[in-house]
Design a protein around this ligand. Structure first.
Ligand SMILES: Nc1ncnc2c1ncn2[C@@H]1O[C@H](COP(=O)(O)OP(=O)(O)O)[C@@H](O)[C@H]1O
Ligand SMILES: [Mg+2]
Length: 351
């Protein structure tokens, strides 16, 4: 069993959700149910398993059910039907005090609009969760200082939110969420309000923190590039239904349907795909021998970095894993075929 288990969740908004639930279970979709009953389908039979330590991204257009899904994880809302558990614990059967303790101790949340307390300075905002937990001032300020420094805001402890840029405010939001050392970080469009460059910095920052922290992160975005950049796995929602779950390269190479395909069309494939996603695996020692003497790259190398190498010659390139043992091989044709023609052209223009 995975750390977070979401099982057959339906969420119907409206005065009589149970009646609409029957229609949903019988196969009616969101538009049909709205037309027939006036009820809105938020989620339609969604099941997901999220592993401990992974960055799990939920992606979809506005109204597809992303926020509704994340609100089931902190139980801000209860499902019309279905189950949600953390580490084998059913959160839907928790009483209010248990649920409050669960939220305070095990979850950290980062919101799109930052959600900082305007009359508290950076230190007191970051220490807020620890204060709620009843930690003494010294303990919480020590922890808060550590996280303020970690997110690059040392020196800003006594500033107030309105004295900070959007990017800095969201760093405070991140530090505040991390200060209680939660198991799970829930981030609902946390970077969506930021300017592109700042946003990219925050994505890098989060990924850097994550290589050290190994939190379970559930990150919501409507932006596929963001999803592909930071997600270990990505779930794609449409009209409340789960359309596809997969690693970034699976989503790009094998979109489940036209909806996903439409998202992936403009993706920079050279940046998403890596040697290991397109290589032809080497099946045994004899097989590997045939390719000795050629060039060698790591399995994680991105196609954008492989392209200049393959263009220089027609040699096969060997791909190696964590040690130097070859695990696969790549040809020029495979690299070019895996890139979209737009990506390929733009790389050629840069070279
Ligand atoms: N409290 C609510 N009452 C009625 N409908 C809601 C409520 N919350 C969300 N919805 C509807 O559920 C669907 C999914 O919404 P939401 O989860 O907010 O989407 P997203 O976060 O992907 O933009 C939308 O059609 C939305 O209008
Ligand atoms: Mg939302």
């Amino acid at each position: 069993m995975s750390y977070i288990e979401i099982r057959n969740i339906f969420k119907i908004f409206g005065p009589d959700p149970k009646s609409a639930l029957e229609l949903a279970k019988a196969g009616s979709d969101k538009d049909e149910i709205l037309a027939a009953t006036g009820h809105t389908v938020g989620l339609h039979d969604v099941s997901l398993s999220i592993e401990q330590g992974e960055t799990f991204v939920v992606m979809g257009l506005s109204g597809s059910g992303k926020s509704t899904l994340i609100r089931h994880l902190n139980r801000l809302i209860d499902p019309t039907a279905g189950e949600v558990s953390f580490g084998g614990e059913d959160i839907l059967s928790m009483d209010i005090p248990t649920l409050n303790a669960f939220r305070r101790k095990r979850l950290g949340m980062v919101f799109q609009r930052f959600g900082l307390l305007p009359h508290r300075n950076v230190m007191d905002n970051v220490a807020y969760g620890l204060e709620i937990q009843g930690q003494p001032r010294k303990t919480r300020e020590a922890a808060a200082s550590k996280w303020i420094e970690r997110v690059g805001l040392a020196g800003y402890e006594t500033k107030f939110p309105d004295q900070l840029s959007g990017g800095m405010q969201q760093r405070v939001g991140l530090a505040r969420a991390l200060a209680t050392d939660p198991e799970v970080l829930l981030m609902d469009e946390a970077f969506s309000a930021l300017d592109p460059l700042i946003r990219s910095d925050m994505q890098d920052e989060l990924m850097k923190l994550q290589t050290e922290l190994h939190k379970t992160i559930v990150f919501i975005t409507h932006d596929l590039d963001e999803a592909l950049k930071i997600g270990d796995r990505i779930a794609i929602l449409k009209d409340g239904k789960l359309i596809q779950v997969g690693r970034p390269e699976e989503i790009v190479l094998h979109p489940a349907d036209d909806y996903v395909q439409a998202f992936t069309r403009d993706v920079n494939r050279g940046r998403v795909l890596r040697a290991k996603s397109i290589m032809q695996p080497i099946t045994g020692p004899d097989d590997g021998m045939q390719s000795t003497g050629t060039r060698n790259i790591a399995a994680d190398t991105r196609l954008e970095d492989i392209l200049p190498l393959v263009l220089q010659s027609d040699d096969v390139i060997l791909v190696h894993g964590h040690d130097t043992t070859p695990i696969g091989r790549i040809t020029k044709k495979q690299v070019i075929d895996a890139l979209s023609s737009e990506t390929y052209d733009s790389y050629l223009a840069e070279l």
